[in-house]
Every structure is written in structure tokens, then in C-alpha cells.
Write a protein that binds this ligand. Structure first.
Ligand code: NAI
Ligand code: COI
Ligand code: MG
Length: 356
């Protein structure tokens, strides 16, 4: 089985190294091959998603991705910016279904900024559509406004759009995920203002007829953001578009104690996937050895489960993460008084040691 390792930029390299270490310690014979991506890809060959990196990603059975981006590339033209690498991989590989499970490990109840009673026992799943919406819609650009009250002034514009098959396939994925869990699905939209999401709501409602065992409700995204902080345990599975899912999943991350705890799986129609933490390259802490590698290690567990059919090994990794948390080991982002502060490498080493 071949795994493409794409560490990327900033803390991407530090956290991916820990996940690779954990994968190697499982005693399986994975073939792992690394390639530069993001700013590292741009430095190596003038493009954030070098052709050789894309080729490796396409031929591998699964992809483990760190993170891309750095402020120093912000002035590059958009097509050359590091973020285009992850957007390009998602699009080229058809990774339309993004699973972001927000689970609170009991040991981290005090690390969340919310009261323990609000978050304890939290186990929700955000299913984010990943290859459409305003992140990919055309046309987009910057120009002189052709009409309207600001005609002639410079303007930036993007296009929000969803085609019926795009909504249908993510809705099926989300209903099926809900069937395997608490059988409740909340579709998050902005149908009161946006045509795109009125259409989204109509299609999701239509598909609901095929899943009568799942309870469906609809919620506007502004209310959903508020409910996630007010009473997050009321959710089971949330399905939403690319941009709303991006924003809501960062908010959900804080329910788990830190964005450094939120893994993700991005799957195509055949469960080939890219696995990455939900966070970015964190340039503010890069190179300091303090980033939390657990979201990436837990993403590697998701990879074993969803793409490599190795449920037992996935369980081993998740159990090892629970064990190190129970031992009181914490990176700075989840540190509380009375626990032991460790760095990125020490945390990775501890997970390896805790593998049963
Ligand atoms: N999939 C990807 O590669 C993503 C890339 N980005 C890119 O990352 C760069 C930084 O973006 P930001 O908005 O700052 O988001 P970010 O997620 O990188 O960081 C937000 C905050 O969370 C902290 N943080 C993130 N991951 C952490 C970890 N594992 N352990 C401890 N603390 C952690 C950071 O130190 C920072 O204070 C930008 O270039 C952005 O475009 C952002 C999100 C996803
Ligand atoms: C480059 C961004 C779209 C990545 C991001 O923020 C995410 O996937 O969460
Ligand atoms: Mg994001």
C-alpha cells in the first residue's frame, strides 16, 4: 500500500513527521513517499502543486497532508499561492466529501473555552462539501465595477454556485453517515438570503425521502454558529457547503479543546482520500516545536480506517492518543495546570510508546 506524504509548510512538516513515526511503528509495511507541496512546492519547482507531487498523489492509495501557507507568499498571484495546492488536490482528485469529527476526549474537558457541562461527551460530525461553492465558482476576480451604485470603482467578486449533482452526492454521503451514528442530520444553509442555498435546501429535502430513518432539520448558518457554542451536543451530523463548513469546523474545533485536535478525511466517490488536520500551517508557532501533532496523528488513523481498510490499526492509534492524554501529556494549546507540558516530538514519541 502506497501512502503519499505531503508535509507542506510551517508546522506541516513538524506534525507530519510525528504521524509518519506513528504509522511506521504499527509494524505494517507501508510504502511511503514524500513530495513538496504549497510554499515548499513553489520553492522547489515554481508551482505550489508540482506535477510530480500531483502524480504521486494520484497513484498513491492514500495521501497524508500536513498544511500549506505562509504570510510571505501573500503577495504572489493567486494561482501561485500555497493554498492553491490543497484546493487543487481536492479538485483534481474529486475529494468532494470532507469529514471533520469533533470529539471531546474527557481529559480535555477543562481545555475547552466552554464550560465542561456544555462540551463533555461531545461527539459530532461535520460533513463539508469540498470541491464546489464560492471557493471554486467562476467567474471571479478584481475589476472595475461594470454597474451598480459603485460603477467604475474597483471591486472584487466571486461566484457562489452549486449544481444539483454536487448537492445530491454530498447529501447522500451525509445521510449515510447519519445512519451509522445518531440518525440525525442538520443541513446548514443560508436559504433565507442566497439562491444557491435555497436550492441546496430543496435538494437535501428531496433526498431525505430515501432516508426515512434519519431525522432531518435545516438551520441557517448564523444560527448554527451560535448553537454550536450554546448547545453543541444537540447536533449529531451537520452537512453544509464548502465555505460554511470551513468556518463552522474551526468553531467546532474549540469545543474539543484546540484546533490541534481536529482531524479530517477528504474522500472521493470510491473512498480514496486525503487526510489532514483541519488547521493550517500556523506560521506564528512554526519551527518552535510546540505544535500539537494529534490532529494529524488522528487523521492518519482515519486514513487507515477509510482508505486502507485497517480498522484495527486505526483503533490502536486512537487508543494510544487517549492513553497519552490520560497520562496527562499536553502540548501548549491544550495545557492546563496539573498536566505535563510537552513539545511536538515528545507528543509523537509518547503516542508511539502508547501503541498497544
Ligand atoms: N489545509 C490547509 O493547508 C490550510 C492552510 N491554511 C493556511 O495556513 C496559514 C495560517 O492560517 P491561520 O488562519 O493562521 O490558521 P491556522 O489554523 O494555521 O492557525 C490558527 C491558530 O491556531 C493555532 N494552531 C493551528 N494549528 C495548531 C496546532 N496543531 N497546534 C497548536 N496550535 C495550532 C495557530 O498557532 C494559530 O494561532 C495561512 O496561509 C492559511 O491560508 C489555513 C487553513 C487550512
Ligand atoms: C485553503 C483553505 C480553503 C483551507 C481551509 O481553511 C480548510 O480546508 O479548512
Ligand atoms: Mg479552514
Amino acid at each position: 500500500m502506497k501512502i503519499a506524504i505531503l508535509p507542506g509548510d510551517g508546522i506541516g512538516t513538524e506534525i507530519t513527521e510525528q504521524a509518519v513515526k506513528v504509522l511506521k511503528a504499527l509494524g505494517e509495511t507501508f510504502e511511503m513517499e514524500s513530495a513538496p507541496v504549497g510554499g515548499a512546492g513553489y520553492e522547489a519547482s515554481g508551482h505550489p502543486l508540482p506535477e510530480a507531487t500531483l502524480k504521486l498523489a494520484k497513484e498513491a492509495d492514500a495521501i497524508l497532508f500536513g498544511a500549506v501557507g505562509d504570510w510571505k507568499y501573500d503577495k504572489l498571484e493567486r494561482s501561485l499561492r500555497p493554498e492553491q495546492a490543497i484546493l487543487g488536490l481536492r479538485k483534481h482528485l474529486g475529494l468532494f466529501a470532507n469529514f471533520r469529527p469533533a470529539i471531546l476526549y474527557p481529559e480535555l474537558a477543562g481545555a475547552s473555552t466552554l464550560k465542561p457541562e456544555v462540551v463533555s461527551g461531545l461527539d459530532i460530525l461535520i460533513v463539508r462539501e469540498l470541491t464546489g461553492d464560492i471557493y471554486f465558482g467562476q467567474p471571479r476576480g478584481m475589476r472595475e465595477a461594470p454597474d451598480g451604485p459603485f460603477k467604475g470603482a474597483r471591486e472584487g467578486f466571486d461566484t457562489m454556485r452549486y449544481a444539483e449533482p454536487e448537492i445530491r452526492r454530498i447529501a447522500h454521503v451525509a445521510f449515510q453517515a447519519a445512519q451509522k451514528r445518531g440518525k440525525r442530520l442538520t443541513s446548514v444553509d443560508k436559504a433565507n438570503v442566497l439562491e444557491t442555498f435555497q436550492f441546496w435546501k430543496e435538494i437535501v429535502t428531496e433526498i431525505h425521502a430515501e432516508y426515512p430513518d434519519v431525522e432531518l432539520d435545516h438551520m441557517y448558518v448564523d444560527n448554527a454558529a451560535m448553537q454550536l457554542v450554546r448547545a453543541p451536543k444537540k447536533f449529531d451530523v451537520i452537512v453544509t457547503g464548502n465555505m460554511f463548513g470551513d468556518i463552522l469546523s474551526d468553531a467546532a474545533a474549540m469545543l474539543t479543546g484546540s484546533i490541534g485536535m481536529l482531524p479530517s478525511a477528504s474522500l472521493d466517490a470510491n473512498n480514496k482520500g486525503l487526510y489532514e488536520p483541519s488547521h493550517g500551517s500556523a506560521p506564528d508557532i512554526a519551527g518552535k516545536g510546540i505544535a500539537n501533532p494529534l490532529a494529524t496523528i488522528l487523521s492518519a488513523a482515519m486514513m487507515l480506517r477509510y482508505s486502507l481498510n485497517k480498522e484495527e490499526q486505526a483503533n490502536r492509534i486512537e487508543a494510544a492518543v487517549k492513553k497519552v492524554l490520560a497520562q496527562g501529556l499536553r502540548t501548549a494549546d491544550i495545557y492546563e495546570q496539573g498536566t505535563t507540558k510537552v513539545g511536538t516530538t515528545e507528543m509523537g514519541d509518547a503516542v508511539v510508546k502508547a501503541l498497544a
